[in-house]
Design a protein around this ligand. Structure first.
Ligand code: URA
Ligand code: URA
Length: 289
């Protein structure tokens, strides 16, 4: 590694640390414990080259780390490609772009009474935001505040979602925000399978019209209902999934973060993965333009 690489890496680390602390500040975290044990590395003068032999002689943890992380090729486990790739599902068909407008889709929702959730709602809560969005957030269903204001994610969880969106450098108006179900379930119970099957097609039509590059699904219910999976959010979070060629990032629901703020760190990691991906694709677009 050259000193230019080192400087670049250091600058990236400092930027990431700065982003992280400004995010934590945004979220109202005032004190962070950092359990940090620094390896015992001797000072290396710029003129002295570090030879493989001198790496072996590094004392303490650094030496243990260096020798432990370099497996000998002879001992690498043999894994056949069948084991690695055998159970991968075939790729899902790509989503056709549709030319429907949100107005057309919302007109076809109408004054909906297709499912029992219509009986106790105050308002239908439609998807809102930028119809050319690169990034979309999908939740489960409106809560009391959303039902009252006819807008998604405007209660306490919604305010935290807005901070999370801003922490990765977007304004709320720049992204799209919607829910799988548009009417509030009584007592905020999860929607039934029938209620999901009735309402989800409208969201899928909006996704086909906008074709965001990334959809972030918030929490177990939204993730399971968008991806048709029974997996748990704790297992899939942080790893890009696929919805018909669109990258889907599962992460924790902001209401869950309000109950367990220690999960904000993982949510931040997941969102940073999304931002890095979007940064990378826009750089690639600029190169190809
Ligand atoms: N929780 C959700 O899943 N959606 C909202 O719009 C608000 C809270
Ligand atoms: N359970 C949920 O439904 N959502 C989360 O984000 C975490 C646990």
């Amino acid at each position: 590694m050259t000193s230019k690489d080192n400087a670049q890496e250091l600058s990236e680390l400092l930027t990431a640390a700065k982003d992280h602390f400004s995010y934590l500040g945004e979220l109202g975290v005032e004190h962070v414990e950092i359990p940090l044990t620094l390896p015992d590395i001797p000072a290396i003068s710029p003129t002295k080259k570090l030879s493989p032999a001198s790496i072996d002689r590094l004392p303490g943890q650094a030496a243990a780390l260096t020798s432990a992380t370099v497996p000998s090729p002879a001992k690498a486990p043999q894994v056949s490609s069948e084991v690695l790739f055998g159970d991968l599902a075939p790729p899902s068909p790509k989503l056709e772009r549709s030319s429907e407008t949100f107005e057309e889709i919302q007109t076809s929702v109408g004054d909906c009474t297709r499912c029992p959730l219509s009986q106790q709602r105050t308002h239908i809560v439609h998807t809102e935001g930028n119809r050319q969005a690169r990034l979309m957030f999908v939740g489960e269903a409106p809560g009391a505040d959303e039902d009252f204001q006819a807008r998604p994610f405007v209660g306490r969880a919604g305010q935290l979602l807005t901070k999370i969106i801003e922490a990765i450098g977007f304004k709320r108006e720049e992204v799209l925000i919607g829910n799988i179900n548009r009417c509030r379930p009584p007592g905020n119970r999860p929607p039934t399978a029938e209620e999901v099957a009735t309402c989800k097609p409208f969201l899928l039509r909006e996704i086909a019209a906008v074709q965001p590059e990334v959809i972030v699904v918030l929490g177990n219910t939204a993730m399971r209902n968008l991806l048709d999976t029974k997996e748990a959010i704790s297992k899939l979070r942080g790893k890009f999934q696929d919805y018909k060629g669109i990258k889907v990032m599962p992460t924790f629901h902001p209401a869950y973060l309000l109950r367990d703020p220690s999960k904000k760190r993982e949510t931040w990691e997941d969102l940073k993965t999304v931002r890095d991906y979007l940064d990378e694709t826009s750089r690639a677009d600029n190169r190809n333009a």
